[in-house]
Design a binder for this molecule. Sequence first.
Ligand SMILES: [Zn+2]
Length: 330
Amino acid sequence: MKTDLLSYLVCSDCGKELTLLVKKLDGAEVMEGNLTCAGCARTFPIVGGIPRFVEKDLDPEKQATAAAFGYEWTHYSKLTEADRKEFLAWIAPLTPADFQDQVVLDAGCGKGRHIYLSAQFGARTVIGVDLSDAVEAAFQNTRDLPNVHVVQADILHLPFRDPFTLAYSIGVIHHLPVPSQGFRALASHVQPGGRISTWVYGKEGNQWIELFVDPVRKNVTSRLPRFITRCLCLPPAILLYAGLKLLYAPAKTRPSLKRCLPYSDYLCSISSYTFAENFWNVFDQLVAPTAYYHSQEEVLDWFRTVGVQEVRIERHNGNSWRGTGLMPLH
Ligand SMILES: [Zn+2]
């Protein structure tokens, strides 16, 4: 943890000031220490360079989801060019220019690929939060960037004082037990006039996943030891990879072929992925204990409920929704 982060932090329980006790420094990073609340006296440890605000009595469902994604991101932590392209597609119509000089919150930062990119796009400060062990990968991937911070915390109990000027949550809210609650929590940390952005699975275009994949995920693969789930992902990942390279990659330049193929918008968009990227995509679909598929109306309702203005909800790749807007000034 860089000491600059302290000016943004408050107690996640009572919102009061925190006092930093440094036990071990490594350059600019506080590697070990404590943050103690002046109000309720609760102490939050800094372990491995990361302040930990994880609830002691975390809901078992949230804990299981965090463990699943923590496993994924600590076993697959390489940043790629595809990450940059995907991120820009998920946050569109935002562009790198929208990050210039912003104070950015990434709620559910995983291995830190988007906080890394946000800093590259010119953000003044970037704070990535994740509930899972993925924070270890995020910390390692971004520790050399002086304006990037990583915090382990729950989106519903964020330990921040000042609202952010840009907050986004990509591919996370649909994994929360009550997704609308997660969106409200995110919005509550954006200052008036600031921007909020999210990307979630769509109900539209994912009927086959809800029908065939979801029951397997819920009842089998999310309950198995991770290593077994990884092995089970191999056959579908090989099939998917073959289909992408043999059919969907050529279809990108042949509209007549693309029209004949199912789910062609999405599958063409991932047809240039490496085998590893595809493999982890399959794993991602099969490992989460909680996953919801949201209709456009539902997503629009989240934005309306917190009074977001200039809302734009757009379909992405035919099977998901990206939404953005500005928090009201009053
Ligand atoms: Zn407190």
